[in-house]
Structure formats: structure tokens, C-alpha cells
Design a protein around this ligand. Sequence first.
Ligand code: FES
Length: 130
Amino acid sequence: MSKMTLEELRKLREAKKQEAAQRDTEGKDTLVIVGMGTCGIAAGAKDVVDALLDELKKVGNENVIIRQAGCMGLCHVEPTVEVRSPGIPNTIYGNVDAEVARKIVRQHIVDGRLVNKHVYDKPAADIIEQ
Ligand code: FES
């Protein structure tokens, strides 16, 4: 196993700090939950988490908490991502890949518009909290 240079270690520490900050809840109002049960992982949920983290970094949005859940009971549409964001109904997306994850960040979280083709579930208009 090769040794890491001091510079590589610093970069790794910085990357891990940013990852940890993404899980810190203070002052954040958007929650993204990724289904990471065995079927979610098998379907590519890890790539989805990586794409979400990367795209959030690109758009400079530090107001989002990323959580990993276990089984969401939605094997047939894994990977699944639930987004709870102010001003837009809680939404569960299905069949999410890295590209869709990036769209969720830019379209749903930044612009407040649903990524229609991948909406699996959202509350009916009469039960949406005001
Ligand atoms: S085992 Fe697939 S969603 Fe639970």
C-alpha cells in the first residue's frame, strides 16, 4: 500500500469535513433522504448519494441535510430519494440515477420545480401542510 503525501492527507481531511457538514442539521431547512436498503444499494443508491453531494457542492447550496434510510419499501422503483423542502410538497422520487439526482438538486431544491418523470409519490393537494 502506497503512503499518502501530506497534501493528499489535507485534501482528504477537507473532503471528509465537507461530507460531515452535509450531515449537520443546524440552520438547514431541506432534508434529502436516500433509500439505502440492500435493494437500494444494489440499484445504485451510492452513486446517487455521491451525485447529490457533488451537485450540492457545485451549486454552493449548504442548506441541505442528506440522510440515508434503510428499506423504504419501494424495491420496484429503487433508487429512491425523498425531498422535504420548504414551499414544495414532500416528494418521493423513484428510479433515480446520478443524472436524475443532479436534476433533483438543480430543479427541485434550487428552482422549486418537481422533476416530473421521476415523481413516485407526493401528498394530495388537500393534505399539504400550509
Ligand atoms: S428490500 Fe427493497 S425496499 Fe426494502
